[in-house]
Write a protein that binds this ligand. Sequence first.
Ligand code: UD1
Ligand code: MG
Length: 449
Amino acid sequence: MSAQKRTCLAIVLAAGEGKRMRSARPKVLHELAGRSLLAHVLTTVAAAGAERVALVVAPGHDSVVKEARSLAPDIEVFVQSPALGTAHAVLAAKPAIAHGYDDILVAFADTPLVQPETFARLRGALTEEGRAVAVLGFRASNPRGYGRLIQDSETLVAIREDRDLRAEEAEITFCNAGLMAIAGATALSLLESIDCSNAQGEYYLTDIVAAARQRGHGAIAVEAPEDEVLGINDRAQLSVAEQVFQNRLKIRAMQSGVTFIDPSRVTLSYDTQFGQDVLVEPDVFFGREVKVGDGVTIRAFSHLVGAEIGPNSIIGPFARLRPGAKLAEDVHVGNFVEVKASTLGAGVKANHLAYIGDATIGAKTNIGAGVITCNYDGFGKFRTEVGAGVFVGVNSALVAPVKIGDGAYIGTGSVITDDVAPDALALARSRQVEKPSWAKDFRTKHRKT
Ligand code: UD1
Ligand code: MG
């Protein structure tokens, strides 16, 4: 049977304590490029063809279950209590395994960088007649702490945990990444044969290799690059994984036509979308759900989240686009301008020091320096509607709810509280008063005293 047609259950282990994160948040909910470690792993196993997913969690980790269900509503959740080792964790999902699948994939929720193709290779290795287990291995730059893969030429004979190593095995650098594919037909009987007679008194999933061999089944190691199998136990490893993932995202973006002047100084989100011929200057942060059109330039020190940027727009330097900012083509949003939940039509310019919140701005409208939409009265949010071709003079406050008609002109420094008709000039400021010679007299008076 081809690997594609085989049925597959993925068991994602997430019941470890994660103490080294020193966090009130469960480890697998910490994020990589704007998305939880758990979400990365769930997406990957689905892409590797797992049609069912079983998640093994610690008691009380409702937030982990909630995150999993938000991505995979029909995920099966099993609670492992107490945590007696990785084999014990896999067996917590026994009812799922018992449904019967061709392949069982075991993934760790704290190992988020594995690529779908790598899981697919593990599954592919099971198609060999008589093979019961395919284990993911890597050449470790420092093998301490990892289980070692004990091989007899090409075949995998056993996995030995670091603490249980025999003297002659200490030199082995081919290590167990922890992840594996198990043939469904023999999975339960092999898993149930594992005991806990080892240095830690735990049920080791790794013992499945020796168990398979004892029963005359085959086992094999499939190699992956070390940076793909990085497991996250603490925040230092989280930052290393973030760098690896960021590099992947940037290489993909550059291959699709994005120029980064210094890729190491840009942070992307797992879902950032770019058109062609985009230029991103250094020190730009992309949060979730940002879409950038063709020919856009994003200048230094801009912070973008949940924004859509139309073709040929120029953003920044020092611009802030918040969720719901929808910019059409040729829009300029310049330094110290913040846009939130607002639609800006084609050719809108807001080049300096403005706040545009809960607004619709028509095409070719010019928003002067220091213009503020007053959208919030401490209780409710209100909308500002500005038509096309409007000129909003500098330092004006648009007090929402308010509408400004097409082609209108707002005099500098106005506080606009009433709607403005199309093509009208609205001035809402006190007239200038001039007192001739006042300043000179004032100075003279003070000099005398
Ligand atoms: C495991 C492997 C080791 C491998 C290493 C790679 C075993 C026995 N050892 O060791 O060979 O080199 O990963 O990083 O498998 N978990 C549970 N319940 C438990 C125990 C663990 O759900 O009772 C989960 C953890 O949340 C984690 C994963 O299983 O996602 C791995 O557990 P961990 O304790 O990190 O295993 P290691 O000792 O690192
Ligand atoms: Mg570990």
